[in-house]
Ligand binder design. Structure first.
Ligand SMILES: [Zn+2]
Length: 205
């Protein structure tokens, strides 16, 4: 917390998928740990699994995390989950309801350093709530870029692919457990399919 005011603050780490958001989150947590600060980490129950888990990156670093209900008022449980925590980190923030904004502000008001990580755009290239609200109310915002898998320029967008083809604009924003894949792409190479949406064999609409 700030020494004079005793208040905390909110840091947002955002950007496209594959831009190193979780890696940056873990770097900050490691530094807090070295300083002897108490850290609590949370992630959403996107696939309905609760309990203890880890957040991790592709290079093998990981951190213990608590899975919380990400829908409706579910995120509010984070506020009082660990009253001793000096640093609270929340990964995959884009999967949380708008209640996460209230959670982050309540913690910061109490003197907690809050670090939130999540992608800021849907596969359509639109703002992905609640990241826009978090980025607007946070004290610190870092927007990371990946590298476009098509042209090699800096990438800010999430390209959803279904069987190798760009997803349709009418597809749901969050798909859990589906056979989709993602690439990071730049504005120019990002594609959202429009027009008639054909049914795919063996795939629910
Ligand atoms: Zn590109």
């Amino acid at each position: 917390m700030h020494a004079i005011t005793q208040s905390g603050w909110v840091e947002v780490i955002s950007g496209s998928m594959f831009s190193g958001k979780t890696e940056e989150l873990l770097r900050r947590l490691r530094r807090a740990e070295i300083a002897g600060q108490s850290v609590a980490v949370y992630k959403p129950a996107v696939d309905d699994r609760y309990g203890e888990t880890t957040i991790g990156t592709h290079n093998g670093r990981q951190w213990d995390a608590t899975v919380v209900d990400n829908e409706g008022d579910g995120p509010l449980e984070i506020v009082d989950a660990d009253p001793a925590a000096e640093v609270v980190a929340i990964d995959e923030a884009n999967f949380f309801s708008d209640a996460l904004v209230e959670v982050c502000n309540a913690l910061a008001d109490r003197g907690v350093r809050v670090i939130v990580s999540g992608t800021d755009q849907t596969f359509r290239g639109e703002p992905f709530a609640p990241l826009p609200q978090l980025m607007a109310t946070a004290e610190y915002v870092d927007k990371l870029r990946a590298i476009c898998t098509v042209c090699g320029e800096p990438a800010t967008r999430n390209q959803r692919l279904i069987e190798g083809e760009p997803a349709h604009v009418d597809d749901p924003t969050i798909l859990v457990g589906a056979a989709e894949s993602y690439e990071s792409r730049c504005r120019d190479c990002h594609v959202v399919r429009t027009g008639e949406r054909e049914e795919r064999p063996g795939r629910r609409a």
